[in-house]
Design a binder for this molecule. Structure first.
Ligand SMILES: N[C@@H](CCC(=O)N[C@@H](CS)C(=O)NCC(=O)O)C(=O)O
Length: 204
């Protein structure tokens, strides 16, 4: 049995999208992050960092979205969430997934909750937004000749970026207004018959 611990609109939506692509049977348990349910002792036992996503597979816990997505790509190979093991295409897809998880995500965290990262909240938020523009400029260049982050085929690298782009609503300057390739890419993801529905059910 697979259980996803998920906070609507958060990065765990990427795992929800991956599960939809795999067709694996699963249940979703919603964590209300706005009211602080991630800090409840029952959830801290699942993830001591108090963060979603967490995936429970037959009693074993996996946390960290990147690890979960890679696991799902391996147990459901028919969904082709990643290119074949040992190929350069796979290396590039993993590189872009890590680019998003280890670069884009931390800056959005600062923009969303600046008080956790410094006393001058306006300054923390401004620097985070500036870094996000630098990162999205690189992503925009990559998408100039590629339909998806790692080339012509959708991969787990895209599932999280599709969610992150929506978080631009907390930014002063829109990403999709400034970066045309990112805007077209987002539309491509929203038009996807499976993941488009998952995104649209939670993001506006
Ligand atoms: N490194 C973790 C980060 C997960 C993360 O930051 N999750 C956010 C939602 S996008 C969360 O649960 N935040 C709740 C909080 O920080 O209180 C991962 O990639 O899975």
């Amino acid at each position: 049995m697979i259980t996803l611990y998920h906070a609507p609109g958060s990065c765990s939506l990427a795992v929800k999208a991956a599960l939809a692509l795999t067709g694996l049977e699963h249940e979703v348990k919603v964590i209300d992050a706005q009211s602080g349910e991630q800090f409840a002792p029952e959830f801290v036992k699942i993830n001591p960092l108090s963060k979603v996503p967490a995936l429970i597979v037959d009693g074993d816990i996996i946390t960290e979205g990147a690890a979960i997505l890679q696991y799902l790509s391996e147990v459901a190979p028919a969904a082709k969430l990643l290119p074949e093991v040992g190929t350069m295409d796979r290396a590039q897809a993993l590189k872009w997934m890590m680019f998003v998880y280890s670069n884009v995500h931390p800056h959005f965290a600062r923009a969303f909750v600046p008080a956790r990262y410094g006393n001058d909240e306006a300054d923390v938020k401004e620097k985070a937004e500036s870094s996000l523009h630098d990162l999205f400029s690189i992503i925009n260049d990559q998408l100039a000749d590629n339909d998806y982050l790692a080339g012509s085929v959708l991969s787990i690298a895209d599932l999280y970026l599709g969610v992150a782009i929506h978080w631009q609503m907390i930014m002063k300057d829109s990403l999709t207004e400034k970066y045309t390739n990112v805007a077209n890419y987002l539309q491509r993801l929203l038009d996807h018959p499976v993941i488009g529905q998952v995104y649209k059910s939670e993001l506006s």
